[in-house]
Design a protein. Structure first.
Length: 637
């Protein structure tokens, strides 16, 4: 039975317990938070100090890069120093291209992480035509190279994370399965099967990607494949190279939160291009979102699933105005609680009015609709903007479009000829409400939920409409009372992003009395961007710093963002070293990669364009590269 046949009522995917020193991952254990140091591993005191800051912030496992034998050997000194200071938190050695370093580290630390894409393979972006025989020979070669580490881990009670990354799939996997979630899963399974052959099961698995859709589908596929093969290994969740600030938090919440809402995940890491101790509070807020989910109001089982959980397909809807069908999801801003609405009220929503020119300037992140409740607007609004009013107000002036609930609908005789909004809760599906929707092609549904498990409750609503072949567009509406802006940011991203990831929803409306309209607007567009449903700004695929990093990632990312943040839809990868280089930024249009002290290599997609550019000249060289390829536009004033 597939884990995804019943997602109506929350249950956690049952995994085995894996011991990592004094803690255990999986089984009935809590979901643990982890992170990774940024200091050079050979700098013992800096790595220890940073580890302590992380642990004090709530980190339950500390990962440290070990790119060479010397780094691996120095893990002894780091571990001893931490233990002397009273810290017993388990350490994880992060290994990529050096099996001999992994074998050293496995005798020292409690856990090693290996990446199947580059542990036994080299990546040259070559397409190879394998026969079944030649492919099986490659698997035998990998087994020979990987087995010594398995035996060492088994002898030393060392656990292992088999961590697949979307961007570092081997040429062998890419040649056979393509750059796909299926390829990610098969990459991990090849190594898992070797472990099982040697009766070694102290394994945790991850399927990381910068693209949230790819990441979610890969984990779901992995769970299905594990069920088929009788495996129940714990899962480490993370969106790799999520970036910084609001974008990094939203992207992480969408990817990690979607899976946690489905009961998938035993340990999480939020990858921000910030100091590592900043990651723990964000990860904790993602977990806090699910604190009481077991107590949610019971949701009736879904008779028939109406979506494919393993690849994206948008729910079929008809078009009303600019909503539904092939239109990107709209953003509705809620100004209904304002005492008075003026031109200045629109400034935070992406509209700027110039008095001297008597013109509106409209940004790429401008709301499509504004809900004004009982308010009135007595000035000319931008031509691209549409207004929603309560029905009682709309009937007086007939400006914009009305919104009403089911009870009001029964009394209404005068509708807008083109567009009406029907506010409905997820549990209000009845034969009469189905008849209403089937017989009114001007209705857009404003879907709300009071269920703690609103994702499953709303998904159920979508399914019921799909089963009845009802194709009215649906706006996902969520209201929050958080005083913590970051918690609102994260919770909204989880609640809404989880549905958008599966093609459910034609628009969003986020309301809060405790958060500025500017922030709510930014979160709305951020969720759409993170779920890949509407691109309105530049995307930065930026790795978190680690001991391999060859320049200041935070400073460099800020510099690049400052001069490129107006390039709508352009994806720029900013990678601290070649390990997180062209492969990890798989989706990027342009790449900025550290290849030596003070030296940067620039990429166009996966192709090297300029090598060893001095760091002082590299940002300007990146701009020139973007211009040469026709993706540059000048900033508007």
């Amino acid at each position: 039975m597939s884990h995804f046949e019943n997602l109506s009522n929350y249950t956690r995917f049952k995994t085995i317990e894996v011991k990592v020193g004094p803690i255990a991952i999986g089984g009935k254990n809590p979901i643990h938070i982890q992170s990774m140091t940024t200091a050079n591993t050979m700098n013992t005191s800096a790595t220890v100090d940073e580890s302590i800051r992380m642990i004090d912030a709530g980190c339950k496992l500390v990962r440290i890069t070990a790119p060479s034998k010397k780094d691996a050997e120095n893990l002894t000194n780091i571990k001893n120093e931490l233990r002397l200071k009273g810290y017993k938190t388990p350490l994880v050695a992060d290994i990529h291209y050096t099996p001999n370093a992994a074998e050293i580290a496995a005798k020292i630390v409690e856990k090693v992480r290996i990446n199947p894409g580059n542990y036994a393979d080299k990546k040259k972006f070559e397409e190879i035509d394998y026969t079944d025989e030649s492919y099986n020979n490659e698997l035998l070669r990998i087994e020979e190279k990987f087995t010594p580490l398995v035996q060492i881990c088994k002898q030393n009670n060392t656990s292992m994370r088999i961590g697949t990354n979307h961007g570092s799939l081997s040429d062998r996997i890419l040649s056979r399965y393509g750059d796909t979630p299926k390829g990610m899963v098969e990459s991990a399974l090849e190594f898992i099967r070797i472990c099982r052959k040697h009766d070694y099961h102290n394994i945790v698995i991850s399927m990381k990607a910068s693209n949230t859709r790819v990441m979610v589908y890969a984990y779901r596929l992995l769970v299905n494949e594990m069920i088929k093969e009788g495996m129940k290994y714990p899962l480490h969740l993370g969106v790799t190279e999520a970036g910084e600030g609001e974008d990094g938090r939203i992207k992480s919440a969408v990817g990690i939160g979607t899976l946690l809402s489905e009961g998938i995940g035993d340990t999480i890491r939020v990858s921000l291009t910030e100091a590592p101790e900043h990651e723990m509070p964000v990860a904790q807020k993602i977990l806090d979102h699910f604190k009481n989910i077991h107590n949610h109001k019971k949701i009736a089982e879904t008779k028939q699933h109406q979506i494919d959980y393993f690849q994206y397909e948008k729910r079929k809807t008809f078009q009303i105005e600019n909503i539904g069908n092939k239109n990107v999801p709209i953003v509705i801003s809620d100004l209904s609680n304002r005492k008075k609405i003026t031109q200045a009220s629109f400034f935070s929503l992406g509209y700027r009015y110039s008095v001297p020119l008597d013109k509106w300037h409209i940004s790429e992140m401008a709301s499509d609709f504004i809900y004004i409740g009982e308010n009135e607007i007595n000035f000319e609004i931008p031509g691209t903007l549409r207004i929603i009013s309560n029905y009682s107000s709309w009937i007086k002036h007939k400006k914009g479009f009305p919104i009403f609930n089911l009870k009001e609908y029964e009394k209404i005789k005068d509708f807008s000829e083109t567009l009406n909004f029907l506010k409905i809760y997820d549990d209000e599906i009845t034969p009469s409400s189905i008849d209403i929707l089937k017989n009114n092609k001007s209705l857009v549904i404003f879907l709300e939920s009071e269920n703690i498990n609103c994702i499953a409750a709303m998904r159920k609503f979508f399914f019921e409409l799909m089963e009845e072949k009802i194709e009215n567009p649906i706006i996902i509406s969520r209201k929050y009372e958080f005083n913590d802006d970051e918690q609102l940011q994260i919770s909204a991203s989880i609640d809404i992003g989880s549905l958008l990831i599966d093609g459910l929803g034609d628009g969003i409306c986020i309301s809060s009395n405790n958060c500025s309209n500017k922030m709510l607007n930014s979160i709305s567009f951020g969720i759409l961007q993170a779920s890949r449903t509407r691109i309105s700004k530049t995307e930065y695929i930026s790795c978190p710093s680690c001991g391999r990093t060859l320049f200041d990632l935070q400073e460099t990312t800020a510099k690049i963002r400052k001069v490129t943040d107006h390039l709508k839809g352009v994806k720029i990868g900013i990678m601290g070293c070649i390990v997180n280089g062209p492969g990890e930024m798989a989706d990027a249009d342009y790449g900025y990669v550290g290849t030596g002290p003070g030296k940067i290599t620039l990429y166009k997609e996966k192709t090297v364009v300029k090598k060893n550019v001095p760091e002082s000249e590299a940002v300007d060289a990146l701009i020139d590269l973007i211009k040469e390829n026709g993706d540059w536009v000048d900033k508007s004033n």
